[in-house]
Design a protein around this ligand. Structure first.
Ligand code: SAH
Length: 276
């Protein structure tokens, strides 16, 4: 019996799949890919003779049945999904029938579209003393938002908001942010088809005109909305530089110019004791 791999294909550019994801695609006996957003990676890297199918017209039940049948025939079955499989990807619904059928499965993460959109626009989603928090969310469409997660409540944090699945609901986003106290001139970024060669579109606007700008640009699907107090910071007159690159700030990989500051570097450095 084969194994099913839920592979994040990344945001669209086939070069943005991980090395591990690509290796699995290259050795797959069967690949079920999630619509046109990831067909490039599937068709570019799939081996000759691999069974390739688009799931766009399938129900969840049909997807599970397809994966189970394929795992009966092939060692490596790949379910290729946009971005990262763990975000708005129905992963849990798909793996439960595999568990019930005793089929092993694993997830390979992917570059999510929020990060691809920030990269396309050259923006940082965190900035010292501005915001150190990123919220990945959506507004209610046909899927309702759980209690306490409406956009107005989340926007009250004044952190970075990456809003998925909401490009056609921009007026709702505008109302929620205004109600949470964001100013009309707050910068908003919308990126359609981030990372797609020849199709990426970046729209910058303000909270009060972003819907109009997106409509004028024809942006209404496959788009990420980013609202963040960090947007446009590269043009600010003054910026609090990250402590990580401050000469007086020592950490595991660099001696501080002056002693006495605690380390705050990310991965792997858990305490000030690691400062040499
Ligand atoms: N699992 C995916 C998200 C699937 S939900 C991920 O991690 O990115 C689909 C939503 O993702 C779209 O409505 C859009 O908001 C966003 N999206 C997917 N691909 C995108 C891209 N290339 N550029 C901008 N937004 C994208």
């Amino acid at each position: 019996m084969g194994r099913v791999w839920f592979v994040g294909a990344g945001p669209g550019d086939p070069d943005l799949i991980t090395v591990k994801g690509r290796r699995l695609v290259e050795q797959a006996g069967a690949i079920l890919y999630a619509g046109s957003l990831v067909d490039a990676a599937a068709t570019r890297y799939a081996p000759v003779g691999c069974l390739l199918e688009d799931s766009k017209s399938m129900t969840l039940e049909q997807i599970s049945a397809w994966l189970i049948a394929a795992a009966g025939r092939c060692d490596t079955v790949v379910r290729l999904q946009t971005g990262d499989p763990g975000l708005y990807g129905a992963l849990t619904e798909m793996v439960r029938p595999l568990d019930a059928a005793g089929i092993p499965w694993q997830v390979v993460p992917g570059v999510t579209s929020a990060m691809a959109s920030a990269a396309a626009a050259g923006e940082s989603l965190t900035l010292p003393e501005v915001t150190q928090t990123v919220i990945l969310t959506r507004v209610a469409g046909r899927t309702p938002m759980p209690a306490g997660e409406d956009l107005e409540a989340l926007a009250a944090h004044r952190a970075t908001l990456c809003i998925y699945l909401s490009a056609t609901l921009l007026p709702q986003v505008q109302r929620a942010l205004r109600a949470a106290g964001w100013p009309a001139e707050a910068p908003i970024l919308v990126v359609q088809k981030a990372s797609w060669p020849d199709a990426e579109q970046i729209v910058r606007g303000r909270l009060d005109d972003i819907d109009q700008r997106c409509r004028a640009a024809g942006v209404d699907a496959q788009a990420m909305i980013i609202a963040s107090p960090t947007l446009g910071a590269r043009e600010w007159a003054e910026l609090t530089a990250s402590k990580l690159y401050d000469p007086s700030f020592g950490h595991r990989f660099r001696r501080a110019a002056e002693p006495g500051l605690a380390a705050e570097i990310g991965e792997g450095s858990s305490s000030a004791n690691e400062i040499q």
